[in-house]
Design a protein around this ligand. Sequence first.
Ligand code: MG
Length: 244
Amino acid sequence: MRVDCSTDVGAVRASNQDACDCGTFPDGGAWIVVCDGMGGANGGNVASSVAVKTIRDIISSGFCQGMDPESVKQLMLDAVDLGNEAVFEMARGNEALWGMGTTVALVVVYGGLLHVVHAGDSRAYLKKDNTLEQITMDHSYVQDLVNLGHLTPEQAKVHPQRNIITRVLGVHPDVLPDYSRFDFAPGDMALVCTDGLTGYADEHLILEYMDRYENDGARLVKELIRYAVESGGSDNVTAAVIAG
Ligand code: MG
């Protein structure tokens, strides 16, 4: 199993408020955490980097060989809880950081399963054969309007309030992430990314790039990011892939 991740400031922003990390487990399997921070001054950078570091530490230190799926799920939920707490406590202790927060998308592939925990509008996708499925549903104002039938997904993409997210890490004492899991077989591929990628790259393009660079995950994430930056790059861009 191979995992690669990368992040880029984009073409417009002065700083990168996205953060990501990834790694593998000693007995097979891999993990990715992606965060897209928000908040004035340095708040966004701090929120996303503190969340990524906290979650990475919990996943790396808490993982045990032969872990069953329910234990993996619990470890991931604990990691996100502690990430929330770390950002929340830091914001409480520093007036300049008040109100900072971050999205989170945490993916673990282990024992033939892909587990995903997320809050906010950073996304995970799963490729099987020639199909790509978005496996997270955005926690956002425009997604709520789509779910209610008031907007089409195409209208949501260009809606002026598309950046309003409805669940976030670090702003409240508790976070309510979504959890789900899927079969993950050899040849499958998982992508985790921020809205800086999905704002420009649709599923057809992502699938085309996955086919073109299927044997080189590092190149795949670089090329996806390059596409988003060259298409406008109005936001920070982060992409990460696990290839089974
Ligand atoms: Mg973003």
